[in-house]
Design a protein around this ligand. Structure first.
Ligand SMILES: [Zn+2]
Ligand SMILES: [Zn+2]
Length: 273
């Protein structure tokens, strides 16, 4: 894999709570400068990375946004693969809110003893603070901010230092001003679109509709909106709903879709399935 080029990311899984034949649970792979991160860890991230030509040995870290099963249950697969593929490597840094890190420890410690866990994983609790700088390297700055979902939940933003290219991910959330501030002017906003229409029953559980995601995108003046976390409806309807509120390019992401700044001339509103 070529690194050090412009930011790229891949939506590994784009389903809401329950995976379908077409969509795996939530996970995004992002390459920014020299760093490679998983953002959320639902579904089969190791298999999906392999399909794209990546190995878990290349990962800098994993960010887990909250302690819901569909965002965290792929973690044992990552640690298992690291254990086999990365003898002698540094423990995998896993970032997330304290409740998510407690859940991660519970899941992992059911499978490995503490000594093994310390060898292969490093759980780092991220404070629930607005615009918190959780990781910094010569390549990238990563910021997080609390959003409005059931458990402690953090949205995240990656900023590639050399190019200034930026990407924000809402995680699961109701539309919120914290996220508008985090995502101000970003090149890409990936936003929860669990409900296609306003009034959907999913909204009671701390999610957003496609139109609400688009309002956040408009308020934050983002350059491109990417909808995901779909719950089994026709995404063409989502795109229509979102286009009522946001004039910029809008995608309904599909699994294993690549987004690269080099390809950003492809600015159509697309269904992409
Ligand atoms: Zn979810
Ligand atoms: Zn959730």
């Amino acid at each position: 894999m070529i690194r050090g080029t412009l930011m790229k990311f891949w939506t590994l899984g784009t389903s809401a709570a329950v995976a379908t034949a077409e969509r795996d649970n939530a996970s995004i792979l992002i390459s920014a400068g020299e760093e490679l991160f998983l953002i959320d860890c639902g579904g089969s991230p190791v298999h999906r990375m392999a399909k794209l030509g990546f190995c878990v040995s290349e990962l800098t870290g994993v960010f887990v946004s909250h302690a819901h099963a569909d965002h965290i249950f792929g973690l044992p697969a990552v640690i298992h693969a690291r254990k086999i593929r990365c003898q002698g490597a540094l423990p995998m840094r896993i970032f997330g809110p304290a409740k998510a890190m407690a859940a991660a420890h519970g899941i992992l410690s059911a499978l490995w003893d503490e000594e093994t866990l310390r060898m292969y994983s490093n759980l780092i609790s991220v404070p629930i603070e607005e615009n918190y700088l959780l990781f910094e390297s010569p390549s990238v700055h990563i910021f997080s901010t609390p959003v409005e979902h059931g458990p402690e939940t953090l949205a995240v933003k990656f900023v590639e230092r050399k190019t200034g290219i930026s990407m924000a991910y809402s995680s699961d959330t109701r539309p919120c001003e914290n996220l508008v501030r985090l995502a101000k002017g970003v090149d890409y906003l990936l936003h929860d679109s669990t409900s296609c229409m306003d009034g959907g029953s999913e909204l009671k559980f701390g999610h957003s509709s496609a139109r609400e995601a688009a309002v956040v995108a408009r308020k934050a003046a983002v350059k491109r909106l990417i909808l995901l976390h779909f719950a089994g409806y026709d995404v063409a309807d989502c795109l229509r709903e979102a286009a009522r509120e946001f004039d910029g390019p809008i995608d309904a992401a599909h699994d294993l879709q690549e987004f690269s700044h080099e390809g950003s001339g492809d600015n159509r509103t697309s269904e992409n399935i």
